[in-house]
Ligand binder design. Structure first.
Ligand SMILES: Cc1cc2nc3c(=O)[nH]c(=O)nc-3n(C[C@H](O)[C@H](O)[C@H](O)COP(=O)(O)OP(=O)(O)OC[C@H]3O[C@@H](n4cnc5c(N)ncnc54)[C@H](O)[C@@H]3O)c2cc1C
Length: 431
């Protein structure tokens, strides 16, 4: 409950920040780390506890690995016992195609860290860079000036006055149900047409195992080695099939799907303790939202969601955290426009190629081609990331701080024209 949280929480240290970030997992903590490293005063707030778990099947694709390596966080993840994954195998019916993953000494393979490990390491790095991070605190609303420009957040508690903290920019890194997106009425630029359900649990695995992706007509499954000697084993089906088949119990229906995919995969899953909990995600069609407007921006799932079947959400979050940080540090409307153009281009490609797989309208004969199209998008993404400089680390002197996209001194100054219609901004009604 917010009321309990606010009474227990350490209050924010300042009344005003350069940036406030709502949500402190892969998108939020990464954005906080990059902005704080560059000298900004940053507050990130998450209603969940530090190091807590969340829905995820953990598989990182190469763009995420590259980002973590560029930020010096790949080594801490490996040191935390996250197994290195050196092969990936696609099982199309009875045919198996194994691909080696190493791409040189810097990128020795892929990893699939538990979110209790990944999100904690990102939060630690953000704190080390100077960001203030509050957990178990919920943001209840945003507030805006009379022109509709977002000016900060409200931390609410029943029966108490809301605590207001202001910022030059409020970043929504608050996931699928984003409060920030709702408050600013962020326009949905595109909606995906399909959704898939994913039901997963953990079972013991031998060291050295690779990723395995299984496909048969209308169903899919994954075997993803993660921390603690466990593999995350996932059954994936179209949402419609989930509604029909999983209604009467997730465990039996999941095992039926795994057995149909591969008896060996089902046998691995059966190694889990009998009372092991399963996690289920019914599916949400993908979307791309307007990612910025006067005084606000969205990053991670808050701005762009694609079905988990291609395991690309964390890659998207880490990529967009950096490109958003670059735009915030530049501060100009032009920088935000360029950021959005680049984000929209890659998000559309990822959504196209993900929906082509999550729609389950493929046959085993054409699925390989769909995977190759997705892989081509990843390759281009990795090339673009590898060529990027890190956001500039600056001394926090007044002269070197960003000027545009910051709160104008006069609260009635016209809002920045970047991207959104202030009339759509619900916070404009609550100056
Ligand atoms: C079933 C499933 C499996 C997945 N598997 C993979 C995978 O294998 N690989 C992959 O790359 N991606 C995967 N994803 C996608 C990935 O989990 C997301 O893309 C990623 O978590 C997005 O990170 P984020 O930081 O944007 O949001 P989130 O991880 O959702 O974090 C948002 C945070 O904001 C906080 N928050 C929300 N509202 C408030 C508020 N009002 N006040 C304070 N805090 C707030 C929440 O507590 C939460 O901690 C999967 C997703 C699902 C659903």
């Amino acid at each position: 409950m917010v009321s309990n949280l606010i009474s227990l929480m350490a209050p924010p240290k300042r009344g005003h920040y350069d940036a406030i970030i709502v949500g402190a997992r892969c998108a939020g903590a990464a954005t906080a780390m990059l902005l704080a490293s560059a000298g900004l005063k940053v507050l990130a707030i998450d209603r969940k506890p530090y190091g807590s778990d969340t829905l995820s099947t953990h598989a990182l694709m190469r763009p995420a690995i590259l980002q973590l390596w560029r930020w010096g966080l790949l080594e801490p993840l490996l040191k935390a016992g996250t197994p290195l994954i050196e092969t990936t195998t696609f099982h199309y019916g009875d045919e198996a195609i194994t691909i080696p993953l190493a791409a040189g000494p810097d990128l020795p393979g892929l990893i699939a860290p538990r979110r209790t490990v990944l999100d904690r390491i990102l939060v630690d790095a953000a704190r080390k860079a100077g960001a203030e991070i509050l957990h178990e605190v919920a943001v209840g609303d945003l507030f805006a000036d009379t022109r509709g420009r977002v000016r900060g957040i409200e931390i609410r508690a029943a029966g108490r006055a809301a605590v207001r903290v202001s910022a030059d920019i409020v970043v929504g890194a608050d996931g699928i149900g984003s409060l920030v997106a709702k408050c600013v009425d962020a326009q949905t630029l595109r909606r995906g047409a399909v959704s898939a359900a994913h039901v997963y649990g953990y079972a013991p695995v031998e060291p050295g195992a690779g990723y395995h992706w299984y496909f048969r007509d209308g169903i899919a499954g994954s075997f993803i080695p993660t921390n603690d000697g466990l593999a995350c084993i996932v059954a994936s089906v179209p949402t419609g099939l989930f509604d029909r088949r999983f209604r009467l119990g997730h465990a039996r229906a999941r095992m039926d799907v795994l057995e149909a995919l591969s008896p060996a995969l089902a046998a691995q899953a059966a190694r889990a303790p009998k009372d092991a909990r399963l996690q289920a995600f019914r599916g949400v069609p993908g979307y791309i939202r307007q990612p910025h407007g006067p005084g606000w921006a969205l990053v991670g799932d808050a701005g762009f969601f694609r079905d988990p079947i291609t395991s690309h959400g964390i890659s998207d979050a880490l990529r967009d955290a950096e490109s958003l940080a670059r735009a915030i540090l530049d501060g100009s409307d032009a920088a935000f426009s360029v950021w959005q153009q680049q984000r929209d281009m890659i998000a559309n490609q990822i959504l196209d190629t993900t929906d082509a797989i999550a729609g389950f309208d493929w046959t085993l004969d054409d699925l390989g081609e769909r995977h190759r199209r997705f892989s081509a998008v990843l390759k281009a993404e990795v090339q673009a990331l590898a060529g990027q400089p890190l956001p500039i680390r600056r001394t926090p002197s007044a002269a070197s701080r960003p000027t545009a996209h910051r709160a104008p001194a006069n609260q009635d100054e016209p809002p920045a024209s970047a991207g959104s219609n202030p009339n759509r901004n619900r916070t404009g009604a609550r100056p």
